[in-house]
Design a protein around this ligand. Structure first.
Ligand code: SAM
Length: 347
């Protein structure tokens, strides 16, 4: 069972503000715990005192122990009589676990993402993220690009099976389809379907390599090196146009341009399938609210409410036919059809 967070300190507005500030400190404790290789040492050697762990990872015990103490209430570590071991959620910090978050932590701890979060004030003031946006930076830094693709692939590995359970027609285009994980799952779940991934060149290469390794879907996919904003790069005879975790990288203006481009290309009766987070009504905590901050820092954009999607879609000539929620990671599948369609045609 996961430990219960103690909430007794959040009894006043001042305590609540303290908690918000401390969330940033705790995140730093988590990054540090991982950067020192503590999860691996605790897995290999089992429970140990903070001094022993400090020696093993090359740290100063007096400074390391507060990190362990801060992470204990969240179940990252567990402590018995001064001996620390990996707690119930600490396991996912290890590489190789099926639901491993090791790459997510590595991305979060990378100077590019850290610098972006620290520049949030400037980005909000100017609307311009550092380095002119993530993808330009990745083009110049192949090692970081690979890390990012791996992070997205791990994340999509959890959502793709759920997306693939939905109905898809015979020809699916995955726009900005990353390394092809989503398309592979859709093809596997829909044996009559063929598909394309449209991607920027370096990612397209990794998509080709990944899809080529999937023995059960050979002959049913193609990777197009292209720009999703260029109508000529998007197949015009598909049944489904998928854009997963693409729109949340884009300003409303750029989203409008992309939606209009897709609308121009797609044949009558086809569908647009958006996979993104949707900020829910009310004020309850939700992952979309947190990821929106990262999107603001990296892209000067953010996660949207359903009404905001509906407005952007309507402007581009679409209407929402179905909203499927929740997918893993708090994602939502929004199915859209042309505003001229009476209904989705049989495909
Ligand atoms: C956040 S990732 C999502 C990847 C994938 N759809 C998934 O869900 O795992 C966004 C993807 O869009 C691609 N992308 C961004 N701008 C693009 C463009 N103009 N043309 C083609 N691909 C683009 C990026 O290379 C990246 O792989």
């Amino acid at each position: 069972m996961l430990p219960q967070r103690m909430t007794h300190r959040r009894s006043s507005p001042a305590d609540a503000i303290h908690d918000l500030l401390a969330a940033g400190w705790r995140a730093q404790a988590l990054r540090t715990f991982v950067a020192f290789g503590c999860p691996q040492q605790l897995t290999i050697y089992g429970p140990m005192m903070a001094d022993e762990l400090a020696v093993r990872v090359g740290a100063v015990a007096a400074a390391l122990e507060p990190v362990l103490v801060a992470l204990e209430p969240f179940g990252v570590v567990a402590q018995t009589e001064g001996h620390y071991e990996l707690g119930p959620i600490g396991r996912v910090l290890l590489d190789g676990e099926p639901d491993s978050m090791a790459t997510a932590v590595a991305v979060d701890a990378h100077p590019l993402w850290q610098e972006a979060m620290q520049s949030l004030h400037t980005t909000i003031r100017t609307g311009r993220p550092p380095h002119g946006g993530l993808y330009g930076y990745l083009d110049q830094h192949p090692d970081v690009a690979e890390l990012f693709d791996l992070y997205m692939a791990r994340r999509t590995l959890r959502t793709a099976p759920a997306v693939a359970t939905h109905e898809f027609g015979d020809r699916v285009v995955d726009l900005g389809g990353g390394t092809g994980i989503m398309l592979a799952h859709i093809l596997r779940a829909h044996p009559r379907t063929t598909g394309w991934v449209v991607e920027r060149e370096p990612v397209a290469k990794r998509a080709t390599a990944h899809l080529a390794e999937q023995a059960d879907i050979q002959g049913r996919w193609e990777v197009i090196v292209g720009d999703i904003f260029a109508a000529g790069d998007i197949p015009s005879d598909a049944t489904d146009y998928l854009a997963a975790s693409v729109l949340h990288n884009l300003s409303d203006e750029a989203t409008g341009v992309l939606l209009a481009t897709i609308r121009e290309v797609m044949p009558p009766g086809s569908r647009l399938r958006l996979v993104d987070m949707v900020v829910p009504p009310g004020a309850a905590p939700d992952p979309s609210r947190d990821l929106g901050l990262r999107m603001a820092a990296m892209f000067g954009a953010g996660e949207r409410r359903l009404g905001q999607y509906a407005a952007l879609l309507q402007k581009a000539g679409f209407r929402i036919a179905e909203v499927a929620h929740p997918l893993p990671w708090g994602l939502t599948l929004i199915t859209c059809i042309s505003d001229e369609s009476d209904e989705i045609e049989a495909m």
